[in-house]
Ligand binder design. Structure first.
Ligand code: FES
Ligand code: FES
Length: 192
């Protein structure tokens, strides 16, 4: 069966069993080996990718289910949020063996896209599906807090990349929460 998928901004036309896990398509067909294979049964999170901005396990996701959606792997994860997370990861020296880290970073990205005000509880919940045998959890939590402050409250318009974000969760480039942001100037009235 023919399937077309969009991965890291590029369309790929595939002729394969639609039940083939996305993980194998990424690794074997497209050569995107940054998405890791570990348990293969949705238990470890090593294979986490972004599907329309949501972190999901690629090992249990049939390729037919991502048709029409945007898949982002660690290789294609670029832009201000990616840069900010990578800087924070380096600042906290997070990676040990590194095997779980693509899944960790993409899970953190999904979290900050949907909860730019994430606290420790949100972080623990969002990151729980990605296991780390090297025990980098504390460093990951610190790095996410750093990234959150830099990206959401200082540098970049995370909320503008997340149109589905509730208004009370938006923060501005100016670092002000919605409650403290000055009211927008009134629009000029149309005449004639
Ligand atoms: S390899 Fe997919 S969750 Fe473990
Ligand atoms: S850094 Fe080694 S498994 Fe997470």
């Amino acid at each position: 069966m023919n399937t077309t998928i969009l991965v890291n901004g590029a369309e790929h036309h595939l002729d394969m069993d639609p039940q083939t896990p996305l993980l194998w398509v990424l690794r074997e067909q497209l050569g995107l080996t940054g998405t890791k294979y570990s348990c293969g049964i949705g238990e470890c999170g090593a294979c986490t990718v972004l599907i329309d901005g949501q972190a999901q396990h690629a090992c249990t996701l049939p390729v037919s289910r991502v048709s029409g959606k945007e898949v982002v792997t660690i290789e294609g994860f670029q832009g201000p949020l990616a840069d900010t997370l990578r800087r924070a990861w380096l600042a906290e020296d997070v990676a040990q063996c590194g095997y779980c880290q693509p899944g960790q970073i993409l899970s953190a990205a999904s979290l900050l896209l949907h909860r730019p005000d994430a606290d420790d509880h949100h972080i623990n919940t969002a990151m729980a599906p990605v296991l780390c045998r090297c025990g980098t959890y504390q460093a990951i939590r610190r790095a996410i807090h750093i990234a959150k402050e830099e990206y959401c409250h200082v540098t970049a318009p995370i909320c503008q990349q997340s149109p589905s974000l509730p208004a009370d969760k938006l923060c501005g480039r100016d670092g002000l929460s919605v409650e403290h942001r000055p009211a927008s100037p009134a629009k000029p009235q149309q005449t004639g």
